[in-house]
Design a protein around this ligand. Sequence first.
Ligand SMILES: Cc1cc2nc3c(=O)[nH]c(=O)nc-3n(C[C@H](O)[C@H](O)[C@H](O)COP(=O)(O)OP(=O)(O)OC[C@H]3O[C@@H](n4cnc5c(N)ncnc54)[C@H](O)[C@@H]3O)c2cc1C
Length: 462
Amino acid sequence: MVVDSNLPVAIIGGGPVGLAAAAQLISRGLPVKVYEAGSAVGSNLLDWGHVRVFTPWRYCVDAVARKLLESHGWHMPEPETFPTAEEIVEQYLAPLARLSELAPSIETSARVVAVSRWGADKVPSKGREQKPFMLVVETADGQRRDMARAVIDASGTWQTPNPLGAGGVAAEGEIELGGRIAYGIPDVLGRDRHLYAGHTTLVAGSGHSTANALLELARLAETEPGTSALWVTRGTDLVRIYGGGDADALPARGELGSDTRDLVESGRVRLVTGFATVAIREVDGRLMVEGQTKDGLRTLGPVDRIIAATGQRPDLALTRELRLDLDPWLESVKALGPLIDPNEHSCGDVPPHGHRELSHPEQDFYTVGIKSYGRAPTFLLLTGYEQVRSVAAAIAGDMAAADAVQLVLPETGVCVVPVSVSNTSSQGCCGRPASAVVDACCVADAEAKAGGKPGCGCGVAA
Ligand SMILES: Cc1cc2nc3c(=O)[nH]c(=O)nc-3n(C[C@H](O)[C@H](O)[C@H](O)COP(=O)(O)OP(=O)(O)OC[C@H]3O[C@@H](n4cnc5c(N)ncnc54)[C@H](O)[C@@H]3O)c2cc1C
């Protein structure tokens, strides 16, 4: 660290991982400044506040944040129960942000719109590391420029959803008809009920958000006649969403998948796979959705509304003037890309990783939290808390602690790789994560390679 060490470490985002980073740094005695775009911490979580998460409380709270909270008399909620996202904010993040140690360092309604080096765009190399970072911050009072010695980007991906258009750009008609499309997870049984009751909704996607939306629509249909759901997926392999069932170490996650499977098998939801949405058209006041399939163009509908649970992508505009190293298609940090690529890994395990994998050619800049996974969908809070423990230690110069990364994630019970991958790649995915320094996706894979075999040879999906 060569920049003035009296400058704070800037943390972009007051979500669970950003606040954990703040707790970690403050516990090490470093000055911190947290910028939160929303009017309260945990703003993104509040947007899907009605959703119950599938990890129990004990996986939702950072260890150092917990210690700080408990020193002020806070009691950990029952560790084996499952909070909603709103409860995570109300019972954990908001009390954490109110602590005398953290509160003075957190600014809400403060959106970082750009990060650069003071007086240098991304081109000049000479003396680059000696220049502090400059953050352009938008607040109700206007725009200002703040300086920082290091930057931790924990701004998440929730606010930049993927479009419905399967090509990654808005489908024809998607923008014009946007008033009838919800991105993410609308509160179908609560505040948005009137929009879905008695109507037909097309749900697009194949992740946990899709499962939540479908299950809520099915519940709504039990009391609101005329409510129905049509589910479309771009791919044809549903293993990730159906999950590992009873074999999932997180039973609530396994249940989410098997309940979704039941909806389809019982005929309560109609499923169309291999449907790549290309256009939405209004016909007689309702919506017709056109998609590319293996048999050519196909039109589905009419439907009244659409839920695009098509995932999120990182906002890269923020860091345009920094030297970042990103995976070419996931837009995750480069080192994580091959380990979390959904083309190759269905189980979502990731090897332990820390400051080395989360850093960039831009010295003292780190991407953490769900943003570090870019477009990959398998991030867990546990991963983020270990990430920021390592990064905080590195910024503090405690390299022994920074390099001692430990992460054991609950297994998904999903143990398959596509045929194409298992035949061509040495990376499979069938067990606990291997160390990040080994070219292996899991312990079994690492052991097999150490024994001279090509890989672990885990299950193969047809
Ligand atoms: C529906 C759903 C269910 C999930 N369930 C689980 C689960 O059961 N268990 C689990 O471990 N994980 C789960 N996750 C994954 C993950 O843990 C969450 O997405 C979590 O919120 C990620 O935390 P984060 O701090 O990285 O990002 P976020 O929670 O998204 O926080 C980012 C923060 O940054 C702020 N921000 C954004 N841009 C800016 C900016 N430019 N300037 C300033 N502030 C900014 C936002 O307002 C937000 O408060 C789930 C995710 C989703 C979407």
